[in-house]
Design a protein around this ligand. Structure first.
Ligand code: HEM
Ligand SMILES: *[C@@H]1O[C@H](CO)[C@@H](O)[C@H](O)[C@H]1NC(C)=O
Length: 546
């Protein structure tokens, strides 16, 4: 179907180009830029024409002068078709104008003014058109088909790549592969760590951007671990010069530097605390040092501080692609993961289980079920046994989770969370030991223990709430950061039950109604069900952050 249509269009196109109408009204050739005529194929020799551009970078709205020229005075052409293509695909972009009498502007597909062609069949040595850069385009090159006669033509005459000064995520997944954190963020946001890769005829065009005054680097690896990875580094030294370097990670130490000249057409900037570099590599992935026999790699994106001379130090932020990416195709879907290791996620899950179920229920038991008579259990009041068991479990889970995160802290950007976590750990550890040495319930100084134990519990609770919030913000890679919001919902739920039970207790002390425990038991049952629902939602979210 599609092929038949293309052939029909091509026949019409080529007739119009050369035989029928030398007027160049050849919009029908837009799709493949070929005036194929009954078996005519493009010349295989190098085209004696070049496309020159007035600038190798652009901002949206910039006007670039594009000229199609013969390389020598003995070569001339009759017909041509020029389009601006996004590197890494066939998408056409931007609009043309011209004041050249040998050239006219065409509508290709649904895009008005998106191509330039001839107006006559005179011999030409040079024509000039002006291209206005659109919003959100990635790197662009101009491509032309040039004819000397109806069966003698060159296709795919290309200009050098001109690069977008404003990086964009608009063509991610269609024209380029992108990796970023937070997910789907735009390199225009000054919180977005971003990279893109698109294949072009003269290598790969890479873009990277990140909120750092140090460096941003991308890496290509056979596995999700650091070591044996090719890296490209965009780093700033203390004089403000931005350098692009090519290196190789031998392990979890600073990479050994390799050929820097393999990167060309470097565009870089450092504005508003955001460092950006884009460049073209003449070495494509197949010439990377690591001989893996595959063209698919895990992609790393990291940022961190660098020294006065631009030498990089250990990263403070990182993203690792969730699967291997074939860089030669741009159809790959934009994916990202936070690079949060499963150990860190396990740490988070255990903390949530501890503080949303065992810790939370154990504390409520101690406050509101204390005066419930009930049968003693193993020699102590039932409420106490439940409280004791749940709180010991909470402390054990916290200790396990605490140790876990010290085994592997890859990618932990730290901040206040670990500080709060350590305080919570110390206070939690202290709590059962202090309880071990508590005075007898009838002792005159027992109230001191009760007071201290309660206050410490309160402080632990408050700090744990803050630590869990900050932890979820670190782990959550969803664009709307729903996990901290769900956690907010959980705390509202918990506060609601404290209010209900506190009111209930107050009414009881005033003997407003009889002292049985129906209300407490029903409330506790509902509370536990709700806690479990919140917990499951957050555990699913943590699973998705892997
Ligand atoms: C001075 C430079 C660097 C140092 C000292 C360094 C050090 C480390 C260390 C010690 C780890 C282990 C986990 C941790 O303790 O956090 C690690 C992990 C990692 N590094 Fe680097 N690194 C450097 C540069 C780079 C560069 C340039 C890249 C890639 C562009 C990179 C990618 C990674 C990745 C993806 C991980 C996580 C996977 C793993 O745990 O192996 N690193 N790095
Ligand atoms: C920063 O880099 C530039 C260019 O390579 C160099 O001329 C300059 O001396 C460097 N400055 C420092 C402090 O290393």
């Amino acid at each position: 179907m599609e092929i038949h249509k293309t052939i029909l269009i091509c026949v019409a196109g080529c007739l119009s180009v050369v035989v029928g109408w030398p007027n160049g009204k050849i919009s029908a050739s837009c799709d493949n830029m070929l005036p194929i005529h009954g078996g005519s194929v493009p010349q295989s020799s190098p085209a004696p024409y070049i496309i020159t551009v007035s600038n190798t970078t652009f901002n949206p709205g910039d006007i670039i002068t594009v000229s199609l020229q013969s390389k020598s005075s003995s070569d001339a052409y009759k017909g041509f078709l020029i389009q601006a293509h996004l590197v890494g695909g066939d998408g056409i972009t931007g609009i043309f104008t011209t004041s050249d009498s040998n050239a006219q502007i065409l509508t290709c597909g649904t895009q008005p003014n998106s191509a330039v062609s001839h107006t006559n069949s005179n011999l030409k040595k040079t024509i000039t058109a002006f291209w206005t850069a659109p919003q959100g385009a990635g790197p662009v090159h101009f491509r032309a088909t040039v004819l000397t006669s109806y069966s003698h033509f060159w296709s795919g005459v290309e200009s050098e790549v001109i690069q977008a000064l404003q990086m964009s995520n608009a063509t991610c997944g269609s024209q380029k592969f992108c990796l970023m954190n937070p997910l789907n963020c735009s390199p225009r946001d000054n919180t977005c760590l971003f990279m893109s890769s698109s294949p072009s005829t003269n290598g790969y065009v890479y873009e990277m951007s990140g909120p750092t005054s140090g460096y941003v680097a991308i890496g290509f690896s056979d596995d999700q671990k650091m070591g044996n990875d090719d890296v490209f580094i965009c780093t700033k030294n203390s004089s403000g010069n931005i350098l692009v370097q090519h290196g190789y990670n031998t392990g979890t130490v600073a990479p050994t530097m390799r050929n820097v000249s393999s990167a060309g057409s470097i565009v870089s900037s450092y504005k508003n605390g955001v460092l950006k570099c884009s460049f073209i590599t003449s070495s494509n992935s197949s010439t990377l040092q690591r001989a893996s026999g595959s063209s698919s790699y895990y992609v790393f994106l990291v940022s961190g501080p660098s020294n006065a001379d631009g030498k990089i130090q250990k990263h403070t932020k990182m993203v690792i692609s969730s699967h291997k990416v074939d860089l030669s195709t741009t159809t790959s879907v934009t994916t990202s993961n936070s690079g949060t290791s499963s150990v860190v996620l396990g740490h988070g899950s255990l903390m949530l289980i501890a503080w949303m179920t065992t810790g939370s229920i154990g504390m409520i038991m101690a406050r509101y079920m204390k005066s419930a008579a009930g049968k003693p259990f193993l020699g102590k009041a039932a409420w106490f046994q439940v409280h004791f068991f749940l709180m010991i479990l909470t402390v054990i889970l916290t200790i396990i989770a605490f140790i876990m995160v010290f085994v592997n802290v890859a990618g932990w950007s730290g901040g206040v969370h670990p500080v709060l976590g350590c305080i919570v750990m110390i206070l939690s550890f202290f709590q059962p030991f202090a309880a071990l040495f508590r005075p007898d319930p009838k002792h005159e100084r027992r109230f001191i223990f009760n007071f201290g134990h309660g206050i410490n519990a309160f402080v632990i609770k408050v700090l744990a709430v803050a630590a869990i919030f900050l932890g979820l913000i670190l782990v959550d890679i969803s664009p709307n950061q729903w996990m901290p919001k769900v956690m907010g919902g959980f705390y509202a739920w918990e506060v609601l039950f404290y209010i209900i039970l506190e009111t209930n207790m107050h009414l009881k002390t005033k003997d407003i109604y009889k002292n049985d425990y129906k209300i407490e038991i029903v409330a506790l049952a509902i509370f536990i069900c709700g806690n479990l629902a919140f917990l499951v939602a957050l555990l699913v979210g943590i699973g998705q952050s892997a």
